[in-house]
Design a protein around this ligand. Sequence first.
Ligand code: MG
Length: 165
Amino acid sequence: MTARVGIGYDSHRFAPGGPLILGGVRIPFDAHLHGHSDGDAIAHAVTDALLGAAAAGDIGEMFSDQDPANRGRDSMVMLRAAVARVRARGFAPQQVDVAVVSEQPRIASHRDAMRAAVAAAIGVAVDAVSIKGKTNEGMGWIGRGEGLACMAVATVTPLASPRTG
Ligand code: MG
């Protein structure tokens, strides 16, 4: 069974007023992630990683930011829709690993809740989801606290072929 890997990246700018939604978790914070949807950069990076592993398009093509229907959309619902597309292309998500680069908020105390939410959305065990927080050592736009970035890799394997005969 050959595993395939995909990569995803997303960034969002902070805007005044919380809560901040990340990894499907509402984090008490004085800013939120500005975006057409709810701005959940973990969900968006994981979505693109899974779609990439299946060579099944990308989040911008699935959920246009020009479409009013996507305004304020729950990104975990978008992630579930992407998983459905990946499965329709014949692949099952196996595992994801995420790096969050942010000066604030620190995510350590929310990590397990995020892992559980992402695992539920993509249909894997919690121990198949890794989420790690990093700062940017004060450098650049992340260091100045203008926003945060997420990187994700995901693996998928072919779905078992239906038995015939
Ligand atoms: Mg995004």
